[in-house]
Design a protein around this ligand. Structure first.
Ligand code: GLA
Length: 391
């Protein structure tokens, strides 16, 4: 990958000077969905798939970017002084948004740079291709300009890029996972205060299998509005609860407290959304406890419960994701399976015993094709380090 990008860089921008290479991963979330903007916990890991970049510092304030995945866009050129927000949601807007967020937060970026990027992560599949682009931009500018920011800051700039530049009210999970991933570990992140722990995955006899439904999770269409709608439904539920409880987020409640208070949420739909947010957060805390204790079967059951809650209470699944999970639950060697990411298409994540992985991909692929006419794609997730310089 990186060789291809380097060759392309030399062709577009010349071979002289200090040319550096970088990588920023996508992520898969194991459990804790739609909890990150509700002050709850998430449990993602960074993938070995993501976006690669080759870059060189310039002596002026121009940034020039070329993305090998989208050759038709050509070389994008902007001045650091002219990065006005828009909501196109195109790949370069995620990068522009990060630079804009850094400067808006008071970070001085003295120089621009030339960059070529290439991805081995399918875009629009719910594996955080956009966060990976954001964290790639962040790690490049941090390194080339020697900026006094850390990788948690870079995650925050990525979220600002999403929220204020690209029109998505997303939480911080994706950017945090891409920026802070650790090989063979998942990140147990409390989004209320960004405290986190790395939890070893220690899966010797099992694999984490990602199944791509190939139904597009298009961030600029209805699905995206639906994401923002879910967020505002949760916020309305919280506003109702705040009238009777001293809380700042839904993540502060446990299941019993929620059950006691839920009658104060006026709208039935909002009540269901909030129930998911609260129960999913508790489920995530419980799941991590079980994983740490070596109880993978219990972890898997909680993954299944998470899917049911996302399907029934949070209503962010879709037929294709429901078929993939329901069929997965029937297969031998499957410890747990659920939709992962924002939903409305994208991927499921399953934990499958090693000796059943071939059967899993074969059987699930066949039944999915039979029921939907679509070809699923499968990837074995390999928990990896976060965004970084490679040379
Ligand atoms: C998307 C968002 C995240 C998170 C998930 C759902 O991936 O970008 O912030 O809310 O959906 O868990």
């Amino acid at each position: 990958m990186i060789e291809k990008a380097l060759e392309c860089f030399k062709e577009k921008f010349g071979s002289e000077g200090d040319i550096r290479s970088y990588f920023a991963p996508g992520r898969v979330n194991l459990i804790g969905e739609h909890t990150d903007y509700n002050g709850g916990h998430v449990f993602p890991c960074a993938l070995s798939m993501g976006n690669y970049g080759v870059a060189r510092k310039r002596n002026d304030r121009i940034v020039r970017w070329y993305n090998m995945t989208y050759p038709d866009n050509g070389v994008q050129e902007r001045s650091l002084d002219d990065l006005a927000p828009n909501d196109n949601g195109l790949w370069y807007d995620y990068q522009h948004g990060v630079l804009w967020a850094m400067m808006k937060s008071g970070v001085e970026i003295p120089f621009g740079y030339d960059m070529v990027m290439v991805a081995d992560l399918p875009a629009g599949s719910g594996l955080s291709a956009s966060a990976s682009i954001e964290e790639l931009a962040a790690v490049i500018v941090k390194d080339l300009c020697d900026l006094p920011v850390d990788m948690v800051d870079c995650a925050k700039y990525g979220q600002i890029s999403e929220n204020e530049y690209n029109g998505s009210n997303s939480g911080i999970m994706d950017q945090f996972a891409s920026a802070m991933g650790k090989k063979d570990h998942a990140i147990f992140l409390d989004t209320a205060d960004l405290s986190y722990e790395y939890v070893p995955l220690n899966l010797k006899n099992e694999k984490i299998v990602i199944t791509n439904s190939r139904v597009k999770h298009n961030l600029t269409e209805n699905s995206y509005n639906s994401y923002n709608t879910r967020r505002s439904e949760s916020e309305k539920a919280l506003a109702d609860l705040k009238r009777v409880a001293d809380i700042k987020t839904l993540g502060e409640l446990d299941n019993e407290e929620f059950d006691r208070l839920s009658e104060y949420i006026e709208n039935e739909v909002n009540r269901k959304r909030a129930r998911h947010a609260v129960y999913e957060n508790q489920r995530t805390i419980e799941a991590v406890k079980e994983l740490r204790a070596g109880n993978l079967e219990s972890f898997g059951k909680l993954m299944n419960d998470s899917h049911v809650s996302l399907r029934d209470d949070y209503a962010v699944s879709c037929d294709e994701l429901d078929i993939l999970t329901e069929e997965a639950w029937k297969l031998p060697g499957v410890i747990g399976s659920r939709m992962t990411g924002g939903g409305f298409g994208g991927c499921t994540v399953s934990i499958v015993k090693n000796e059943y992985v071939d059967n899993f991909t074969g059987s699930l692929g066949a039944v999915y094709k039979e029921r939907t006419g679509l070809e699923a794609e499968f990837y074995i997730a390999d928990a990896s380090d976060g965004a970084r310089r490679l040379n």
